[in-house]
Design a binder for this molecule. Structure first.
Ligand code: ZN
Length: 428
């Protein structure tokens, strides 16, 4: 599959990320693009129409699954998986704090946020509210792109040895948003930003985002500096690949599965440990006229690429990397292998992805974590266990994973999308 057919670019990735400060906004950004390509949303609580020729998607909170029929009721699936959430600082239930004449908003880390990177940055607010409307409830998306919050560092002169401070997630990540002793309600501020009565706000998932826009950097402009590359880099590349595969399908039905809550273990109604993907895949088979046996047969022929970002070799810390497995920025997609199955890749999945890279004419890099450092994980092992599909963990290389501001290669964006597109369109 030629690279250009996915229309994936570094500039496109930057726009995608800047449109998507929270998992709920990732889902909205993807849904808009799907609808522009003829997809319609199905509700899980409703009956589903015949899916044999349909372009459909479902949403569960910050998760989304999209698929397109191939006309073949027995077609197996090719799945590209990703996660929509990124580590950040989130708003507590009683956020209004005061200290030393400052007004503070109580925050707590979500996932493995690299806390030092969140200091001294202008932060906006995003997420969703549950709003009472009489005796019913509705969801209200929130996005405030104003510099409302900032978590200030300690001055170097006040540190004990001028070598940096250890950040306590309980005490050191609250944000200032004004001065004065009189308490002000942060939630009322948020509610009023969308003209909602603060008393009607009964629930919320609110988080902070870095306001500086994403962009290309470096002497040659071939690096992408952006928040949330982990894992919106895959959400974007996966979406472009999926749309290319839908327009020019191969011998399997393409599926895009994007999960919330990966950064906190995936165990929720909509995380990768939930029934979301198997439930949707089974309903697709039922809607195209098959039964349980046809569903299990389709799964047996299916395969999943779990896309998440990969660690490029850091120039200032090369010793932290497995020396025989140097991973280069702008060096192409990465196959991730871990003998203790922190990544799901086995020989079958590795072969399928290596073949896809060859078909897409992009180089493939092979990553192994140092055996003496704890390896992160992905949705891959869970998706494999939930569905029984062979699964391959893949990614694009980046530095500064889980920083508020991450760095990847501009040329890796189209290469990654092209490899995923080829994976989604196997040749018979
Ligand atoms: Zn990730």
């Amino acid at each position: 599959m030629p690279v250009s057919t996915t229309a994936a670019t570094a500039e496109g990735l930057c726009a995608f990320i800047d449109d998507s400060p929270s998992p709920f906004h990732v889902v909205r950004t993807v849904a808009r693009e799907l609808e522009a390509h003829g997809f319609t949303r199905l509700e899980e609580a409703a009956a589903w129409p015949d899916e044999s020729i349909g372009r459909r998607y479902v949403v569960r909170g910050g998760s989304l699954v999209a698929w397109a029929g191939t006309g073949n009721a027995a077609a197996p699936f090719r799945v590209v998986g990703a996660h929509t959430d990124s580590p950040n600082l989130r708003v507590k239930q009683h956020p209004d704090l005061a200290s030393a004449g400052w007004q503070l908003v109580g925050l707590e880390p979500y996932g493995g946020a690299w806390l030092n990177s969140w200091l001294d940055r202008e932060l906006g607010i995003s997420g969703r509210l549950t709003v009472r409307d009489g005796n019913s409830l509705r969801e209200q998306l929130i996005r405030i792109d104003e510099p409302i919050l900032r978590v200030p560092q300690l001055a170097i002169h006040l540190s004990e040895d001028r070598r940096g401070v250890t950040l306590d997630p309980q005490r050191h990540v609250n944000a200032v948003w004004g001065v004065g002793e009189a308490p002000r309600s942060f939630l009322a501020f948020v509610a009023e930003s969308v003209e909602v009565d603060p008393a009607a706000v009964l629930g919320w998932e609110l988080m902070t985002h870095v306001l500086a826009p994403s962009g290309l950097v470096g002497r040659d402009g071939d690096l992408v500096s952006a928040p949330r590359l982990d894992n919106q880099g895959t959400c974007y590349a996966g979406l472009r690949a999926f749309l290319a595969a839908v327009d020019d399908p191969g011998a399997a039905a393409p599926v895009l599965a994007m999960f919330d809550h990966e950064e906190v273990g995936s165990q929720s109604d909509r995380g990768a440990q939930s029934d979301l993907l198997p439930a949707v895949l089974e309903r697709i088979v039922l809607a195209r006229g098959g039964g349980r046996a046809e569903y299990l047969a389709a799964l047996a022929g299916s395969i999943c690429a779990s896309g998440d970002m990969a660690h490029a070799t850091h120039p200032n810390y090369p010793e932290r990397h497995e020396p025989a497995h140097r991973i280069e920025i702008n060096g192409g997609p990465v196959l991730k292998v871990n003998q203790n199955l922190r990544y799901a890749t086995d020989a079958t999945g590795a072969g399928a992805f290596a073949l896809a890279c060859d078909q897409a004419a992009v180089p493939l890099q092979r990553y192994v974590h140092r055996a003496d450092l704890p390896c992160g994980s992905t949705i891959g092992p869970m998706t494999a266990a939930r569905t029984g599909m062979p699964t391959v963990d893949v990614g694009a290389p980046q530095l500064a994973m889980h920083s508020a501001r991450e760095l990847m290669g501009a040329n890796d964006v189209p290469a990654y999308a092209a490899a995923l597109a080829a994976f989604l369109t196997p040749v018979e």
